[in-house]
Design a protein around this ligand. Structure first.
Ligand code: NAD
Length: 428
């Protein structure tokens, strides 16, 4: 992966400072909320398959738990840093608050590359992470989940270690578990569907029918695939998707003027969301440079891959036709690019609102696991739609009432909820 020139934590703090200023937060509240409440950084010693010992670095950052137990994923990534984890933990606090979940925000990670580790080595890392953190996580304190390069299998190893340590069955300790062993139906679709529930409401606000719109998407992984599918069901046409090509070590965009076919592309994609370029060309897709997803003459852009993808260098390439940018990825827009977007007449549905479907469904999983009683898929997706729609409507009402940029409106609602909880508890 390319070197990241932006520091996600300073972006998260700058975004928070803007909201704190609009809300007129006092110094103590700002000081509390612009930094995490607790941070853990630790070593995870592993005996590798070849008999050598290796030390991996693990993290957990609990940003704020005034509204309830912390919630947030664990990523495995070779470029993981404590600052990335800090930023993501802060975004989790706002994400849970904006959808009004009774949860706080956290994030975790391990510096490692699962591509180069055997299943047994990955299992040891999962179990080692839990051994280090078992005293400070749990169903009533901090509930982990999968994130980049972690899977339901990793969650199950973590649960098994936690249950071994605590001597009890506690499926509510962790979410993103396999369906049938404490997982929730609907979790796979939840984030992508959630993105489109917000897009659907934004289109209604603008009096535009989805069937008259086109979209371009960055990424073809979990979020992008389900977003494209639901958008298609609403009648929309996705004309371009981009993804990473592991073989060529670069990204490409795949374009079809009359609309990509999701099932066709899924049949030639690998499990990491990489599309086979040669077979795509055979199917009539135009192969463009990876950055071209952003330059398409469409109504809706959905960045659903990585951070910092809309930045100062490319923000002016966005077509004048674009009306909505729905941030499926976490932190896809840099602060500088955001300043350009807010000066334009388009709706940016901010990441922590647009992609909150994932944590909302994780919360549903937590609730089901704690009851040890599981709902049907329609029930889960129906509840998800209600939560996401209500969250979008409260933010769009704030946009109209106070004539705010949508990111600011979402921040104000979220930060205000968390600040109130801290004040009511007597912390500030
Ligand atoms: P994923 O690993 O399933 O898919 C990532 C996709 O991005 C792949 O198709 C990959 O090829 C593509 N990609 C990677 N580098 C790229 C590049 N330089 N240019 C274009 N495409 C590139 O990941 P995901 O679960 O879909 O998550 C995507 C984003 O959404 C991440 O920012 C993640 O943090 C965020 N997110 C995910 C969830 C979730 O439930 N999965 C929830 C909230 C937020």
């Amino acid at each position: 992966m390319a070197y990241k020139p932006y520091n996600s934590f300073s972006i998260a703090q700058t975004q928070f400072d803007g909201a704190a200023k609009i809300l007129g937060l006092d110094e103590a509240t700002s000081d509390l909320l612009r930094n995490p409440m607790r941070e853990y950084a630790f070593a995870i010693p592993i005996r590798m398959d070849d008999g050598k010992n290796c030390i991996f670095r693990g993290f957990r950052v609990q940003h704020n738990d005034a509204r309830g137990p912390c919630k947030g994923g664990i990523r495995f990534h070779p470029q993981e840093t404590q600052d990335t984890v800090r930023a993501l933990s802060m975004w989790m606090t706002w994400k849970c608050a904006v959808v009004d979940l009774p949860l706080g925000g956290a994030k975790g990670g391990v510096i490692c590359d699962p591509h180069n580790l055997s299943d047994h080595e990955q299992e040891q890392i999962c179990r080692g992470w839990v051994r280090q953190m078992a005293r400070n996580v749990g169903p009533n304190t901090d509930v982990p989940a999968p994130d980049v390069m972690t899977t339901p299998q990793h969650m199950l190893w973590m649960l098994d270690e936690f249950e071994g340590i605590t001597g009890a069955k506690v499926p509510g300790f962790i979410t993103g578990k396999p369906v049938g062993i404490g997982g929730s139906l609907g979790r796979t679709e939840a984030t992508g569907y959630g993105v489109i529930f917000t897009v659907r409401e934004a289109l209604k606000d603008m009096n535009i029918r989805a069937s008259n719109t086109t979209a371009s998407v960055q990424g073809f992984g979990n979020v992008a695939q389900h977003a494209i599918r639901l958008y298609e069901q609403l009648g929309g046409t996705t004309v371009c998707v981009s993804c990473w090509d592991q073989k060529d070590r670069t990204s490409y965009a795949y374009h079809k003027a009359d609309g990509i076919r999701i099932d066709e592309l899924l049949s030639i994609a690998d499990r990491f969301g990489g599309i086979d370029k040669t077979r795509a060309a055979d199917l009539g897709y135009e192969i463009l440079s990876g950055d071209d997803w952003l330059k398409q003459d469409v109504d809706i852009l959905i960045p659903a891959a990585l951070e910092n993808q809309i930045n100062e260098e490319n923000v002016n390439d966005i077509s004048a036709r674009v009306k909505i940018i729905a941030e499926g990825a976490n932190g896809p827009t840099t602060t500088g690019a955001d300043a350009v977007l807010r000066a334009r007449d388009l709706v940016v549905i901010p990441d922590f609102l647009a992609n909150a479907g994932g944590v909302t469904c994780s919360y549903f999983e937590q609730v089901q696991s704690n009851m040890n009683y599981y709902w049907g898929k329609d029930e889960v997706l129906g509840k998800l739609d209600s939560k996401m729609t209500a969250a979008y409507l409260s933010v769009s009402e704030m946009v109209r009432k106070r004539k705010l940029y949508m990111r600011d409106a979402a921040y104000i609602i979220a930060v205000d909820r968390v600040a109130r909880a801290c004040r009511d508890r007597g912390w500030v």
